[in-house]
Design a protein around this ligand. Sequence first.
Ligand code: ATP
Ligand code: MG
Length: 428
Amino acid sequence: MAAKLQAVRGMNDLLPDVSPRWRGVEQRLQAVLGRYGYEEIRLPLVEPTALFARTIGEVTDIVEKEMYTFLDRNGDSLTLRPEGTAGVVRAGIEHGLFQGQVLRLWYQGPMFRHERPQRGRYRQFHQIGAECFGGAEPELDAELIAMTAQFWRELGLSGLRLELNSLGSREARAAYRAQLQAYFREHYAALDADSQRRLETNPLRILDSKNPDLAALIAAAPSLPEHLDADSRVHFERLCALLDSLGVAYTVNPRLVRGLDYYGRTVFEWVTDALGAQGTVCAGGRYDTLVEQLGGRPTPAIGFALGLERLLDLLGAQGIDPAPPRRVWYVVSTPGACRARALQLAQQLRAQPDAPSVLMDHAGGNFGKQMQRADRAGAEVALIIGEDELAAGTVTVRLLRAARPTQETVPQDQVRAAVIRLASETPA
Ligand code: ATP
Ligand code: MG
């Protein structure tokens, strides 16, 4: 017997019972992005493997063990994108988008990482991200972070906490890295295997460890803010003051580092305690050297990505349904000539750009059965064509959600107007 075909582990189908909620979230976030001047960029899901190794960093979790990398038929090494920033920067350089002006871009879509699937952690997951290029001033950090705060307000979410830190300049980070390495070497035996491995390659990442056994050791480690260079310190202080002036609350978390190599100066995360271990919903930071490092003209930049699965999970936990309202009219008719006219009516109604979903009953059965199906479909209106209506060229319009029975028989071309009038005359 053939093996049953199933979705790849950690990759989810989004069925019609949840897709309206996804669409609602995406539409609202896109509306906010538009108000802040961000424009959409759509990029391939597959990129040359070297792009990720050179941007994210060779010794990060993503590049070391999470990428879906394969050889195509030409023998080229390709990778399913694990994140969006690398592709945006690649495309920006390739198409000459970075000309010194401020450029605001957003993207959305699936990302792929071979991680252990669990709540909030999947192998195909979805991000909406934004990148702002061409400005090094803290005003741009503040604007971008304030936009993410606006996301949550727009969705009616509460309980997300903004954590903020500065990673300083490359030089400052190198000096700090050496101190941190010396500290953790002294406590080598207390480290877990992951951290022992990171000690030589990427010791800052130990600070990001989620192992509770290491919490005390990490808390006592040398602190990054004390090693900040003067310029980065000023940048960070100005950012904090700007966020204060915008009423965006935050906590400074000196242990906050990001898992990708390209960040410097500002880093931030929006976190919640409501989702268990996978509590970071949105994360980002500044990456002023990445464009140049990939061969573009020097272009400072800041961006973030937010995880839609985690965001939807949080909305669900707070009882918020972001789905756009669904309006359904249901057309009921008897087979034969009546159904043909019903089909014509439905076609005519659907030609209006603001039409609701107009569902034809094709399953048949008597009117009672069809009305039951109309109810199950969540219809607000039934449009009935029986023999009488066929003969008279009319349609019976019946409101299904009204407090008292409401119906009226009207000429076919007056159906829309009749629904609007009846609804306005009748309490729901
Ligand atoms: P984590 O520490 O949880 O692994 P990360 O630092 O690897 O997160 P980023 O690369 O910063 O995550 O991605 C930005 C956001 O994308 C995360 O904050 C999270 O909301 C979401 N995200 C990242 N990886 C996954 C995943 N495997 N499944 C679902 N969402 C994810
Ligand atoms: Mg990760």
